[in-house]
Design a protein around this ligand. Structure first.
Ligand SMILES: Cc1ncc(COP(=O)(O)O)c(C=O)c1O
Length: 490
């Protein structure tokens, strides 16, 4: 299907200022210039404009004066593969012309190359184990892989019990149900997180109460927790955000002092450590997610961990319809079906067999990002406290617009124009409709991070040269924006 050309085509009478406005909108770094008869006459890139302005051109000059008249173009008479073959690292957007020389389509670098934020790597024994499930007919939630996956997970964490569930949200719901969170209870949740811990609390009938995050670790600020504890508070949910552990010691001290449970939300932090202890083993219950963008995946899936036999048994009962193991169809309590299938567990086991490999490679990715991004003005690198092993679920940065001269959203749009997928941080929970009762409170750190944070591609198998490409693009976009901002202000 031909693409919308309105953001890439400009008329020959446009000024450099008009072209810059179009470049801001299209985030492709290039415009095609056509005459009044719609015939393509030239091309202008943001680099061309920057160089022209540095050489004394005026922002009010006509685009025609500075455009490149020699350009590469595809043809309607060529097939898609032939037109795509014109794209390379330097020529990233190619107009497709008809026999009259009119631009009728455009071939984009992003048709050719796209780097996702995260993609699963299923190159271990996943296929072998799944085929075994199919061959033996054990495709539902009974079968040897369920036990083996749970055992491998418990062993990796040196924790007594691990119980697999259908997803990370179910893991949180199950943990809350086992702790009998209900009406009249309050639960403390960081204001900056994926919504699941707060929404599951609501679905238990309880009220999530938000606490701001720490500006440095991006995770719940222990110093702000006690202010929000009331006689109704029943639990705290520290979320190990983007792979960095929360400062657990003070959280546990507060929890014990006020007789509160702690559910660690480890969805984003499998393998992260706090003072040498794996996350998910410090509080009463750990909840994990194996969605396809997580460090290991089962497609959809999750796990709860605990060292308490009592909590483990409660969660097992609730996971399986509240049905006792001893007596089939005898339901001791009302429960859920939150089981994981043997097929999914087979994938999970194969993934767990590679967890150390995944995490070691991530360290290389992170070192590569760090090295290249550390000197960009206004870009703040992800946290790493001395006591923490951050596993950098997604390598995430903060764009301080005052310092960098570029807003987070513009940077994301420009990277998307180069085929690089990114994610903005979560919206603060207090700003979202289900939690409007918290809207009038202030959460300055959460607000700041939410509006300026973004995550960069961090797949377990991302090529190191692709990391270099992301860094080179960020450097080039920030440099270019700074120069153009300065020149525009002249
Ligand atoms: C912090 C956090 N908690 C919970 C979840 C929910 O996990 P799932 O998507 O497996 O339900 C996520 C998912 O992204 C998450 O990031």
């Amino acid at each position: 299907m031909p693409k919308d050309l309105s953001n890439i085509l400009v008329n020959i009478s446009a000024t450099l200022k008009d072209v810059l406005a179009t470049l801001d909108k299209n985030a492709r770094g290039v415009v095609f210039i056509a005459d009044d008869n719609q015939v393509m006459r030239g091309i202008l890139t943001d680099g061309d404009i920057r160089r022209a302005l540095l050489n004394g051109a005026q922002i009010t000059d006509s685009a025609e004066r500075h455009m490149n008249r020699n350009f590469v173009a595809g043809s309607v008479n060529s097939n898609r593969t032939e037109n795509l073959a014109l794209i390379n690292e330097v020529i990233r957007n190619v107009p497709v012309l008809n026999n009259e020389g009119h631009v009728v389509d455009v071939v984009l670098w992003t048709d050719f190359w796209r780097l996702p934020v995260m993609e699963p790597v299923l190159k271990g024994k996943e296929t072998e184990y799944v085929l075994d499930c199919l061959a033996t007919n054990w495709i539902s939630s009974q079968g040897k892989y369920v036990e083996r996956f749970q055992d491998a997970f418990a062993e990796y964490h040196s924790v007594a019990h691990a119980l697999c569930v259908s997803n990370g949200t179910a893991a949180l719901h199950l943990a809350m149900a086992a702790l009998e969170l209900g009406c009249d209870d309050e639960i403390i949740v960081p204001d900056l997180t994926f919504v699941a811990p707060a929404s599951m609390a609501v679905l238990c009938g309880a009220k999530p109460v938000f606490v701001d995050v720490d500006r440095t670790t991006w995770t719940i600020d222990p110093a702000a927790i006690e202010d929000r504890i009331t006689p109704k508070t029943k639990a705290i949910v520290p979320v190990h955000l983007y792979g960095h552990p929360c400062d657990m010691d003070p959280i546990m001290v507060i929890a014990r002092k006020h007789n509160l449970y702690v559910i660690e939300d480890c969805a984003e932090a499998l393998g992260a450590e706090y003072k040498g202890r794996k996350v998910g083993t410090i509080g009463d219950i750990g909840a994990f997610s194996f969605f396809a963008n997580k460090v290991i995946t089962t497609g959809e899936g999750g796990m709860v961990t605990t060292s308490s036999l009592d909590l483990h048994r409660k969660m097992q009962l609730l996971r399986d319809h509240g049905m006792t193991r001893e007596k089939r169809y005898w339901h001791q309590v009302a429960g859920f079906n939150y089981r994981l299938t043997n097929l999914q567990a087979a994938i999970g086991l194969a993934q767990m067999e590679r967890i150390n490999e995944f995490l070691e490679y991530r360290e290389e990715i992170v070192a590569r990002y760090d090295r290249q991004l550390k000197n960009i003005k206004g870009i703040i690198l992800p946290p790493r406290e001395k006591w923490a092993k951050n596993i950098f679920w997604l390598y995430s940065i903060i764009v301080d617009e005052n310092e960098s001269g570029i807003g987070r959203d513009i940077l994301m749009a420009q990277l998307a124009g180069q085929g690089i997928d990114t994610r903005p941080f979560f919206y603060p929970l207090h700003s979202q409709p289900p939690f409007s009762y918290e809207a009038n409170r202030t959460f300055p750190n959460s607000d700041w991070l939410a509006s300026s944070g973004l995550s960069l591609p961090t797949s377990n198998n991302i090529k190191l040269e692709d990391v270099d490409k992301v860094c080179a693009d960020i450097i080039s976009i920030t440099n270019s924006t700074n120069i153009i901002n300065t020149l525009k202000a002249r």
